[in-house]
Design a protein around this ligand. Structure first.
Ligand code: NAD
Length: 254
């Protein structure tokens, strides 16, 4: 398969200042990837792209889209692909948490979480692989969560766990269908990572408690996840597909 000398990766959900996505975009740009960013807020996405282009000397562009809206997702891809070199990789990071106890989950909450966290992954993946099949090479990586494997127990609960488990089945199935087209499809399942997704509830005490549950004496950093993503989208990971890479400090072993 022909991995181009100057590949582009598009990341969804990479505009939040302390998130896994922004850290991953920097990590990948340092390793030569051109960067496309899709996030809810177009201005924030463009700001992060600008900061990446300036810091790392790669090409970068940002676009706004709600990943739960297929037309917006497709328009954002058109915009980014028009400005950047060959799209080789997609990283699905856009997601929301849902700490609502099961007996209080409304239909609206259920649909909101599944629409963003699972349908959003499908819309972006579907659009990205349409380009990748034309080039005969592609890499897709999506964020699941230890919450899918352990039955919540982190911050997010039922709809979140269901969506994150859905990503694993989705990815294996797309992997099987598109292997012949030169596309690999994998999942990263993070344990608790120090970002703002838990809405300020990640206190020092809570971090210690979460860490004590695993094998390693700390919670994770965005860089821990960025490194896993970098491996899975690399040219050298071309024989790895349909897999879930657990980056969780030993909180769950598979
Ligand atoms: P974060 O809140 O910092 O980042 C999420 C990003 O997604 C934000 O930039 C946000 O604007 C964007 N986003 C939210 N809804 C969107 C929508 N509808 N359309 C487009 N963009 C949208 O959180 P994070 O911790 O960096 O999480 C990144 C991913 O990793 C998420 O999928 C999350 O579920 C997953 N994850 C996080 C942890 C953790 O402990 N932080 C653990 C496991 C999995």
């Amino acid at each position: 398969t022909d991995f181009p000398a100057s590949p582009t990766v598009i990341l969804t959900g990479a505009a939040s200042p302390r998130g896994i996505g922004r850290a991953s975009a920097h990590y990948l740009a340092e390793r030569g990837w051109n960067i496309g960013i899709i996030d809810l807020d177009a201005d924030a996405a463009k700001r992060v792209a600008e900061e990446i282009a300036t810091e790392h000397g790669v090409q970068a562009a940002g676009a706004g889209a709600d990943v739960s809206d297929e037309a917006q997702v497709r328009a954002a891809f058109d915009e980014l692909e028009g400005q950047l070199p060959q799209l080789v990789a997609l990283v699905n990071l856009a997601g929301i948490s849902s700490p609502v106890p099961y007996l209080e989950v409304t239909a609206d909450e259920w649909n909101r979480v599944l629409d963003i966290n699972l349908s959003g992954v499908h819309y972006a993946t579907r659009r990205a692989v349409e380009s990748m099949v034309k080039n005969g090479v592609g890499r897709v990586v999506s964020m699941s969560s230890v919450s899918a494997q352990r039955g919540g127990g982190t911050y997010s609960k039922t709809p979140y766990s269901a969506a994150k488990a859905g990503i694993i089945g989705f990815s294996r199935s797309v992997a099987r269908e598109l292997g012949l087209a030169g596309i690999t499809v994998n999942v990263v399942a993070p344990g608790p990572i120090d970002t703002d997704i838990m809405g300020g509830t990640l206190t020092e005490e809570r971090k210690e408690k979460m860490a004590a549950d695993g094998v390693l004496p700390r919670i994770g950093t965005p860089r821990d996840i960025a490194a896993a993503i970098a491996y899975l989208i690399s040219e050298d990971a071309g024989y790895v597909t349909g897999q879930t890479l657990n980056v969780n400090g030993g909180l769950y072993m598979q």
